[in-house]
Design a protein around this ligand. Structure first.
Ligand code: MF3
Ligand code: CO
Ligand code: CO
Length: 312
């Protein structure tokens, strides 16, 4: 007995623990005697995800599709077009132009490049880009509204290239900005930067929200709750959900291959909103200015990479 102990101990220990109802460590030998680690054997009940196979684990547990290297390159190609389209639009923003004119430029440039503007007909959305002015938080619909000096304008562009999606937005000054305009645009921009600074494996989705919320609220601004960042790439909106508020260390752990947007909507006044009769346009309840910046990023071993670098 004593002599054979060292040889059979792991198996016997496992069996004994099982009988006694003691939790078996995932790295211990499986009590079934297979010689495999418990986590690679009987811990894997039928249909249960294997944390050592991250791709299957994230799909099963969180409904997140981690992206393969070659797919990340395809999303990057879509991202390059989104960035180029932003550069084109930036050049035309001045007092006197209409939002329909911007929509036409985005639509034609996208199609000319063999791509599809993702917003068009998405859940019934009628245009190819979202254009949100002043107190419009997001999803403003292009029309005959004329931009005027002092406005702020968010341009949100999503392109589909060869079936892959990339999504990015930024807020521009129209002509000469007011002090309020500068305040909200700079706080929104810095909110995205603060969020990006915590994106790395081991940190969580909650860390991202916390970085944004603590910074923006610390500046006396508020964070919109009803719209959040999202996984993107294979589809327009997929898992994970990325709230722009949250608690340190909470939520899904970030792992390489996760592709998602961070797109904080920051209000100068309160966070409350309502939706106009068009069923899309979200505006601040108190009429205060709202600004937003968005990039599509991929989590890497080292941290993250932007697939839509706007050079903020
Ligand atoms: N681009 C937006 C986002 O960042 C979504 C717009 S949906 C649309 O998620 F239908 F309004 F285009
Ligand atoms: Co988005
Ligand atoms: Co967007």
């Amino acid at each position: 007995m004593g002599l054979s102990m060292p040889f059979t101990m792991p198996l016997r220990l496992g069996l004994m623990k099982k009988k006694l109802g003691i939790k078996i460590g995932r790295n211990e030998l499986c009590p079934c005697g297979s010689g495999k680690k418990y986590k690679k054997c009987c811990a894997l009940k039928k249909g249960q995800p294997d944390p050592d196979n991250l791709e299957a684990y994230y799909k099963k547990k969180f409904d997140i599709r981690l992206k393969k290297a070659e797919d990340i390159e395809k999303i990057r190609v879509a991202g390059d077009l989104v960035v180029k389209t932003h550069e084109l639009v930036k050049e035309m923003i001045k007092p006197g132009i209409t939002t329909d004119e911007i929509n036409t430029v985005v639509h034609e440039f996208t199609v000319k490049n063999g791509a599809i503007p993702a917003p068009l007909n998405y859940k019934g959305y009628p245009k190819s880009v979202c254009l949100s002015i002043n107190d419009v938080i997001c999803h403003g619909i292009p029309g005959d509204r004329v931009l005027k000096d002092g406005d702020i304008l968010n341009v949100d562009i999503t392109s589909i290239v060869d079936g892959f999606y990339a999504d990015a937005n930024q807020t521009h000054y129209v002509g000469t900005p007011s002090q309020d305009a500068i305040k909200i645009v700079e706080v929104a921009k810095e909110s995205l930067k603060q969020a990006l600074s915590v994106v790395r494996p081991g940190n969580t989705i909650g860390d991202i929200g916390h970085a944004i919320q603590s910074y923006a609220e610390g500046q006396g601004c508020s964070v919109v709750r009803e719209f959040i960042g999202h996984g993107v790439g294979y589809d327009f909106h997929e898992g994970p959900q990325v709230p722009h508020f949250g608690r340190k260390g909470h939520g899904i752990p970030l792992v390489p291959g996760m592709v998602f947007t961070i797109e904080p909507m920051i209000n100068l006044g309160g966070p409350e909103l309502y939706i106009l009769d068009d069923q899309w346009t979200a505006v601040t309840r108190d009429g205060s200015l709202s600004a937003q910046f968005e990039e599509t990023i991929v989590v890497t071993e080292e941290g993250f990479e932007s697939l839509t670098p706007l050079g903020l």
